[in-house]
Write a protein of this length. Structure first.
Length: 358
C-alpha cells in the first residue's frame, strides 16, 4: 500500500459501541479489586471476587469483536504496515509507562527491598524486556511473572500475538474456517481448565501456554460474533449489563470452578458482548460509559506498581481489618484518579502526536 493512497478516512477510528466501552471499565475495576483481594485472601474460597481474573478473558473476547469491527473492511486498504502501526500507537505507550512505573516501584518500595539482590545490568534487562514485551520470568520474589515489573503485561503480550495472527490469517479465512478454529480453541481451553483446576494461568513461567489457550478462544469468539452479526437487541442498558458482568466475577470459588469458569468464558462472556453491542444506552449514562471506557486501559496497565507495594505492606505490617479496608478503598480511588491523569496528560496526547505524524 503506497503512502499516498492512505487517507484520513481510512485511518480514522470508527464509532465506538459505547456500552461495550463502559463494560470494559467495569472489568478493569474488577481486575484492580481482585488484585488487592488475592493478596488478602490467598485461599480463593474466602475471596468475594475470586473470579475477578476472568475479566481478562472478557477483554480478549471484546478485543476480537472490536478488531473485526474496526479492521475487517479496511485492513486491505490500509495495509499490514499501517495496521500494525495503529495497534502499536494504541497499545504501546502504556506498555512503556507501565514498565517505568514498575521499575520505580521496584527501586523505591518502602516496604521491601527486592532490588538489591539484582545488579544494575539485571534490572536494566528486566526493564528492557518489559518495554519490548519479551517474557522474562526470572524473579522468584514475584512468582516468576512473565513481566516482573508490570504483571498485567502478560495479557498484552498475547494481545499482540492475536493481532499478528489476525492480520496474517484470521482476516483471510471464511466464516466456516473461523468456526472450526474457534471450536478447536474451545477444546484447548477446556483441557487447560480441567488440567489446572481453573483458568487462572497465563501470567507465569509455568503457565505460559495457558495464556495462549485463553486468548485463542475468546479473541476468535469475539471476532465470530462480529462476522456473524450475532448482536442481540435488548433494553438491559449499561446498568443491567454491568450487573450481569459483575455477577460472573463474584461466583464463589470451589472444586467445580474449572467447570463454571469454562462455561463463563465459552458462553457467558460472548453473550454479554452480543448484548452489549445491541443494547440501548440511556443518554444520562453516555458520559459514564465514555469515561469508563477511556480510563479502562490506563487503569489496567498502571495499577500493578502499587499492588506490588500493597503486597509488601501487607506482609510487613499485617494491618487490622479496618486499616486494611481503608487502604484498599483509598488505593483504588487513587488508582482511578491516576489512570485519568495518565489518560489525559500522557496516553491520549502521545497517541495524538504519533497519529499526526503517520
Amino acid at each position: 500500500m503506497n503512502s499516498e493512497k492512505l487517507t484520513p478516512e481510512i485511518l480514522k477510528t470508527k464509532q465506538h459501541f459505547e456500552i461495550l466501552d463502559g463494560l470494559r471499565g467495569v472489568a478493569a475495576l474488577a481486575i484492580v479489586v481482585f488484585h488487592y483481594m488475592e493478596w488478602v485472601f490467598t485461599d480463593f474460597s474466602k475471596n468475594f471476587i475470586a473470579h475477578g481474573f476472568l475479566a481478562v478473558d472478557f477483554f480478549f473476547c471484546l478485543s476480537g469483536f472490536v478488531i473485526g469491527y474496526a479492521y475487517d473492511d479496511r485492513i486491505s486498504k490500509m495495509g499490514l504496515k499501517e495496521f500494525f502501526k495503529s495497534r502499536l500507537i494504541r497499545l504501546h505507550p502504556l506498555v512503556i509507562l507501565g514498565s517505568v512505573l514498575g521499575l520505580l516501584a521496584l527501586l523505591v518500595d518502602p516496604f521491601a527491598d527486592h532490588a538489591s539482590p539484582y545488579s544494575g545490568g539485571s534490572i536494566f534487562l528486566l526493564f528492557l524486556t518489559s518495554v519490548l514485551l519479551i517474557p522474562y520470568p526470572v524473579m522468584t520474589e514475584r512468582s516468576f511473572n512473565l513481566f516482573s515489573l508490570n504483571a498485567p503485561s502478560w495479557s498484552l503480550f498475547w494481545e499482540y500475538v492475536a493481532n499478528i495472527f489476525y492480520a496474517f490469517v484470521l482476516v483471510r479465512v471464511s466464516r466456516k474456517v473461523l468456526i472450526g478454529l474457534t471450536l478447536v480453541a474451545a477444546a484447548a481451553l477446556c483441557y487447560v481448565s480441567f488440567r489446572s483446576g481453573n483458568l487462572l494461568g497465563g501470567w507465569s513461567k509455568d503457565t505460559f501456554w495457558d495464556g495462549g489457550a485463553r486468548i485463542s478462544y475468546s479473541f476468535m469468539a469475539g471476532l465470530l460474533i462480529y462476522r456473524s452479526n450475532w448482536i442481540i437487541r435488548n433494553r438491559l442498558g449499561f446498568i443491567g449489563l454491568s450487573l450481569l458482568l459483575t455477577a460472573a466475577f463474584l461466583v464463589p470459588f470451589g472444586k467445580w470452578s474449572w467447570l463454571t469458569e469454562t462455561a463463563t468464558v465459552l458462553f457467558f462472556f460472548p453473550l454479554v458482548v452480543s448484548l452489549g453491542a445491541g443494547s440501548l444506552l440511556s443518554p444520562a449514562l453516555k458520559k459514564v460509559c465514555n469515561f469508563s471506557g477511556r480510563i479502562s486501559y490506563p487503569l489496567y496497565m498502571t495499577h500493578y506498581a502499587l499492588i506490588w507495594m500493597f503486597g509488601n505492606y501487607l506482609a510487613a505490617h499485617k494491618p487490622e481489618t479496618g486499616e486494611l479496608a481503608l487502604v484498599i478503598v483509598s488505593g483504588t480511588l487513587l488508582m482511578i484518579i491516576a489512570a485519568w491523569l495518565v489518560m489525559k496528560f500522557y496516553d491520549e496526547p502521545v497517541r495524538k502526536f504519533l497519529n499526526a505524524r503517520r
